[in-house]
Design a protein around this ligand. Structure first.
Ligand code: 9PG
Length: 552
């Protein structure tokens, strides 16, 4: 059997399917490098099969949200560590379809193997994914319990083949860009974030101390944005009232603006802690189950509920919260734990969880105007076209590798690995945030090679570059590393080696310091990359090369 679309070998033509409860009308069209299926569905589609092919011996798995992994797996790969995450944290963290991922590998939105990419172009209504069923790799769109009286658009699917997976992922990225009318923000941020040194213990004096150092040494710290992360707020949901010891929000933003940085702030706009003022006053604004707010996840030692982003009053609150942050002076909004709004449950409107998510994110987007929105903990494909930046991996940490898979951070290795594998999303879906650079040589378990590798890779990838150190810990060498990373940005960057043994080449053309190639060895063995030997967990600048970096 070769690949099939709606049960027929892949070729151009019209396909009509009458299923027990649904009806599909689709057209398969030829496109560059393959075919695109577009169409409509009506009725009660449930979990529709769209694509089927013999399962390849290895393929790339992509998780649906920021923190989940992208990595090479085999049909028999299992992730037993997910069981405790589902039990102790949330069934909805790594899939809107709980349970599915415990049974075998699930690749959300797209998958790739040598010579082939199959990928859905949008996730506006349904949740598209690929999973192993018997000996097949099957692409489905889950429509939850929705019923459509009138036909709605199917999430289009591209099946691309011929050439290397890396090249085909770029083609897929360009199709996603067009299908979601993505506009890439002209500003690719450089900045500072409080999280990865201070975590939730951040106090106002810490902010002032770092602001002061950054402002006095702008050469070393050419930050555009200075972003206060989690720690300032009274509770999850109560964003407009900082903790005792902090100024009010306008005061917070003013202190940053006074030093000539854009003010950035963290929120989790779709989350409300059980203890929050928001939850106490408006339990009916939360996603419900059996007439009560439905638990979404546990965080900060508390039960956390999800905002019903279809509830008119909750939407008004959301809009006012975001415009309130902007009026206070913030123009860079890191919005986190976004997956909450896509949890299945009962909402005011009878829409799918994906539609609800996009309705909520649309409110944030419109309220944010042209200010920078950085999404985090976010369903990836439903966010395309609605955000400026996206965290593309789990949290980084001042240590390298402590666990078997990229499910639930923090961890420098898995954070960087995702940035390499998801590079094709950069400047196609949004600007990639590879998570923060931890430059410090003190108070860290990272070796100098590991710190250099992370920083130079983020730069060579042309990604967002945000430092998250206590700046007084940084000496001349570490400051210099930050500038070296920045000097590598500005080019068109591609990564090869996605299906290999954890050694990659970043090919950057037209960057600030000209064309460059960075060999990246994430493995624990010496690797030969581009003809030269690279030590474990290290990078090496290779000779620039001619060509477009795709090897074709
Ligand atoms: C603030 C942090 C930082 C960080 C975000 C996010 O799965 N988890 O339990 C989990 C908890 C926290 C987390 C990621 C995952 O970190 O990525 O940059 O803003 O929140 O609390």
């Amino acid at each position: 059997m070769t690949a099939q679309l709606l049960g027929k070998p892949v070729r151009a033509g019209r396909l009509v399917r009458r299923l027990e409860k649904a009806r599909i009308e689709a057209d398969v069209e030829r496109a560059a490098h393959g075919y695109i299926l577009k169409g409509t569905v009506s009725g009660r589609p449930g979990r529709l099969e769209i694509f089927r092919a013999p399962a390849p011996p290895a393929f790339l798995l992509n998780n649906w949200q920021s923190w989940g992994p992208m990595e090479r797996v085999t049909p028999s790969t299992r992730f037993p560590e997910l069981e405790t995450i589902v039990r102790d944290y949330s069934p909805y963290l790594f899939s809107p379809l709980p349970g599915l991922l415990l049974r075998g590998p699930v690749s959300d939105y797209f998958t790739a193997w040598e010579g082939t990419v199959a990928g859905f172009l949008t996730s506006r209504i349904g949740h598209p994914f690929f999973t192993v069923e018997g000996g097949d790799l099957v692409g489905r769109v889950d429509y939850f319990d929705a019923e459509f009286d009138a036909p709605v658009a199917l999430e289009p699917l591209a099946v691309l083949s011929g050439g290397r997976a890396e090249r085909l992922l770029d083609v897929y990225g360009a199709l996603v860009k067009r299908a979601n009318r993505v506009r890439i923000n002209a500003w690719n941020p450089v900045g500072w974030c409080s999280w990865y040194h201070y975590f939730g213990k951040l106090v106002w004096d810490d902010v002032l101390e770092n602001l002061d150092i950054a402002a006095r040494d702008r050469k070393s710290f050419p930050f555009d944005v200075f972003q206060v992360d989690d720690g300032y707020e009274t509770d999850i949901g109560d964003w407009m009232s900082p903790k005792p010891g902090y100024p009010d929000l306008p005061g917070l933003a003013r202190a940053i603006a006074r030093k000539k940085f854009k003010a950035g702030i963290w929120t989790a706009p779709f989350s409300a802690a059980a203890t929050s003022e928001l939850f106490a006053s408006h339990p009916d604004w939360m996603v419900q189950e059996d007439g009560r707010p439905k638990l979404c996840y546990r965080g900060w030692g508390k039960p956390i509920y999800a905002l019903d982003t279809t509830h008119p009053e909750a939407k008004t609150w959301l809009h006012e919260m975001v415009t309130g942050l902007r009026k206070a002076g913030f123009s860079y909004l890191k919005i986190d734990f976004l997956f909450a709004a896509a949890m299945p449950g009962t909402r005011r409107k009878r829409v799918t969880p994906i539609q609800a998510y996009r309705e909520g994110l649309g409110v944030v987007r419109r309220a944010a105007g042209r200010d920078f929105v950085l999404a985090c903990g976010a369903p990836l494909l439903p966010s395309a076209g609605l955000v400026d930046g996206m965290r593309v991996g789990e949290d980084t940490a001042p240590y390298w590798k402590t666990k078997p898979s990229g499910f639930q951070g923090p961890n420098a290795y898995f954070a960087l690995k995702n940035a390499l594998l998801r590079q094709f999303m950069h400047r196609t879906f949004w600007l990639n945030d590879p998570d923060c650079l931890l430059l410090r040589g003190r108070e860290t378990e990272l070796t100098r090679n590991e710190r250099e590798l992370y920083a130079l890779a983020a730069g060579a990838l042309d990604n967002m570059v945000i430092a998250s150190d206590k700046l007084s810990l940084l000496g001349p060498e570490e400051k210099n590393l930050f500038l070296r990373a920045l000097a590598l940005r500005g080019g068109r960057s591609r990564v090869s080696g996605l299906l290999g043994e954890d050694a990659y080449i970043i090919h950057s053309r037209g960057g600030l310091s000209g064309d460059a190639r960075l060999g990246v060895n994430l493995s624990d063995r010496e690797a030969v990359i581009g003809g030269i030997s690279v030590a474990p967990r290290s990078g090496a600048l290779l000779e620039p090369e001619l060509g477009d970096g795709t090897g074709e």
